[in-house]
Design a protein around this ligand. Structure first.
Ligand SMILES: Nc1ncnc2c1ncn2[C@@H]1O[C@H](COP(=O)(O)OP(=O)(O)OP(=O)(O)O)[C@@H](O)[C@H]1O
Ligand SMILES: [Mg+2]
Length: 302
């Protein structure tokens, strides 16, 4: 099985590189390669529901290209930054300057900040800028798009020539791009990180989910052989909506409960407790699929 692999300094916090994770890393690489030959930045957006694993994916990409010093200064091949909230043009400029190591990040006029930022991005040989939580460009109170910031970003992309990857909540990023055609053209590659699927009519979805859970078990504790394996997996999918944050939450707490009980296996009773304590408030309107040995639960195909 080579479609998934786990790495982590601490095996208790596994990072799972599932197939879509690797595909998206390749998409980012492709944008970078295209920028290098196109004479204009080829940029990308990555959207997904909360907890889909977007930040984990891009932080893992950035980790492969750490900062390093040379005699003339710092080289930052991949620059990861979170979009501040609330965000203004000046706030964003000074935040990015600070993250790039400018000692006077919030000093000077906006135009001097802008030129320092452009110069720093070039001097640090930044090839990829990742802006996480890009949906902060929508004012959370008024729901209005902060068009001054998106226009400013368009200029920054054009002037630096670096590849930009903007990351944020599904639908919200698209809304920002739809409102700014010039920015939208620069961000031609649009990708979405969907939750894991479970569709009996599409066997590959079930296989991929089964592989994912196997890897989580290897890093944590094995699941008890209760029900049929397919039935158990289906219930885990129902309980988590296939969202990796929910899956990890369920399995992490289950492993802790099992440890406390001196068990080396996660049974239905433990899953039921973990669901109740970690997921039931977040995922509303679902019955606990692990209670009563599942006898009264018959999940419907989705
Ligand atoms: N590849 C992965 N392997 C293991 N766990 C993961 C992975 N991706 C995500 N997770 C788990 O899910 C949690 C949420 O992931 P992450 O913060 O990347 O989601 P997100 O899509 O950025 O969410 P948000 O939109 O709320 O920022 C992580 O803290 C981690 O526990
Ligand atoms: Mg995130």
């Amino acid at each position: 099985m080579d479609t998934l692999n786990i790495t982590s300094a601490d095996a208790k916090i596994p990072l799972i590189r599932y197939p879509r994770f690797k595909e998206l890393h390749e998409e980012i690489q492709l944008c970078q390669r295209m920028t290098a030959i196109a004479g204009e930045a080829q940029c990308m957006s990555l959207e997904g529901v909360t907890g889909a694993g977007k930040s984990t994916l891009v932080v893992d990409y950035a980790a492969v290209f750490p900062r390093y010093e040379i005699s003339t200064g710092m080289v930052i091949p991949v620059f990861y930054a979170e979009t501040p909230s609330p965000v203004t043009v000046k706030g964003m400029a000074s935040y990015l300057l600070r993250q790039l190591g400018d000692p006077a990040a919030d000093k000077g006029t906006l135009s001097s900040m802008n030129s320092r930022l452009i110069n720093l991005i070039k001097d640090c040989e930044v090839k990829l800028v990742i802006l996480d939580d890009f949906h902060h460009l929508i004012d959370s109170e008024t729901n209005k798009i902060l068009s001054a910031v998106s226009n400013w970003l368009k200029v920054l992309i054009k002037k630096t020539g670096a590849t930009f990857l903007v990351v944020g909540i599904e639908g919200r990023v698209e809304m920002i791009l739809d409102a700014n055609p010039q920015l939208s053209r620069l961000l031609a590659a649009r990708q979405t990180l969907k939750p894991f699927g479970w569709n009996p009519a599409e066997l590959s979805t079930m296989t991929e989910f089964a592989h994912l859970i196997e890897f989580v078990e290897q890093a944590k504790l094995p699941l008890a052989s209760v029900l049929t394996r397919t039935e158990l997996l289906h219930r885990i999918h129902y309980a988590t909506d296939g969202v990796i944050a929910n899956i990890m939450n369920l399995m992490n707490l289950s492993a802790i409960i099992a440890e406390e009980r001196g068990q080396n296996i996660i049974d239905l009773n433990i899953l039921a407790m973990a669901f109740e304590r970690r997921l039931s408030k977040h995922i509303k309107g679902k019955v606990n699929p692990f209670t009563e040995d599942g006898r009264f639960f018959a999940p419907q195909p989705q």
